[in-house]
Design a protein around this ligand. Structure first.
Ligand code: F6R
Length: 373
């Protein structure tokens, strides 16, 4: 049932304040003044100590689910102190890459049925790793075959392009980071700030969804483009990959997400006055580096669209508002910023697709659940 919406993708983008609320429900505790703020992940309670003691955490997934894990990687590393590596499921299986008994392998999959991810799970089980599932589908193959796990509780996702599952996956993995790091006194203030940020996140998402009309206007400007680049780094490298994936899979426009730190190592050659480039430059520890990336793109007359924190338009636009288009988003705790930042890009992908006359809920050649290799 699409309710008041024209498409499932549109509905699922706009219901993110609610899906994030259900993802967090019953899992975050903010006690009275004496009680510390904590996270409770029922499905992991018997395994959290083993996860904390593991030699390495390996995230395994495909497409959007992989991108969500990439967004959460920095906070898991920071709060757990455990090295985190990333594997695209098919690539792990192709390489028969090393997985050990001392590893925790985390399988991220909205459907819980993706063939590549399932094969990687079989492989990790054979190698003796502790296997954790993060899925949106109770009773799915990945939920059944992992040792323990966390359900997204994001509600059924029907549009082929994953939207609300992505933001719920990031939130679940942020809660996982909090749960693993729960015994460290040194990071208590940081953990509490993140918990406060999680409580407030649905409101911030509601606020950023007000950009809908602005993103439709931007889509009108980009409707006839051949190509689009998206640059991000740090917490928002994932935003660049996921934003570009959304645009390419539904609007059928070529788009590439890139690590901004790699710009000078090749992609800079593409920059001219025609190619649209989105730069994610919200406030975090990488902000000044992103400012200099923008300056370099500007010096080469790049056609810039900058996603920045509210009030930062002047700080990110070297030549004033005529030289670039600015999308201002509410600022949240740095590790939660990818949840907010992806939303204008989801809206852009949606509007571009509708304006270009393509099927947004069922892009050509794609299936919601990829159950074959
Ligand atoms: C993109 C998309 C795909 C899936 C991928 C994995 O919008 O939906 O990239 O994310 O096929 O699917 P799951 O998460 O079901 O394993």
């Amino acid at each position: 049932n699409k309710g008041k919406y024209e498409h499932y993708m549109q509905k699922e983008i706009h219901e993110q304040p609610e899906s994030l609320t259900t993802t967090m429900r019953g899992r975050l505790k903010r006690g009275g003044s004496t009680k510390a703020k904590t996270v409770l992940l029922g499905g992991l309670k018997d395994h959290i100590k083993s996860i904390r003691r593991s030699r390495r955490i390996v995230f395994i997934g495909c497409g959007t689910s992989y991108n969500a894990a990439l967004a959460a990687r920095p906070i898991i590393e920071e709060l757990s102190g455990v090295p985190v590596t990333m594997e695209i499921a098919s690539d792990l299986v192709d390489r028969q890459g090393p997985i050990y008994r001392e590893d925790t392998a985390v399988f991220v999959s909205q459907s819980g049925e993706t063939a590549d991810t399932l094969l990687a799970l079989e492989y990790a089980l054979e190698n003796g790793a502790l296997c954790v599932g993060i899925t949106n589908t109770v009773g799915s193959a990945i939920a059944r075959n992992t040792h323990c796990g966390i359900h997204l509780n994001a509600g059924c996702e029907i549009g082929v392009a994953s939207t609300k599952a992505y933001t719920s996956q990031i939130v679940v993995m942020a809660m996982l980071a909090l749960a693993i790091g729960d015994d460290a006194i040194s990071s208590q203030a940081r953990r509490e700030a993140i918990i406060d940020g999680l409580f407030d996140l649905p409101n911030k998402v509601r606020e950023v969804l007000k950009l809908d009309q602005e993103m439709k206007e931007l889509a009108k400007l980009l409707i006839a483009e051949q190509s689009l680049l998206v640059f991000g780094r740090g917490y928002n490298f994932a935003t660049a990959l996921e934003g570009a994936l959304k645009v390419k899979e539904v609007s059928l426009m070529h788009s590439e997400g890139m690590l901004a730190g790699e710009m000078k190592h090749g992609p800079l050659a593409l920059v001219d006055e025609n190619l649209p480039i989105i730069v994610i430059a919200t406030r975090d520890a990488c902000f000044s580096k992103q400012q200099s990336v923008i300056q370099q793109l500007h010096a080469r007359k790049g056609r810039l669209i900058v996603v920045c924190s509210k009030g930062d338009a002047a700080a990110v636009c070297p030549g004033g508002s005529s030289s670039c288009r600015v999308i201002e988003v509410p600022q949240v705790e740095d590790c939660l910023q990818p949840v907010v930042n992806i939303i204008p890009l989801q809206l852009l992908a949606y509007h571009l697709t509708v304006l270009r006359g393509y099927n947004v809920d069922q892009p050509r050649n794609l299936a919601k659940s990829v159950t074959t290799q």
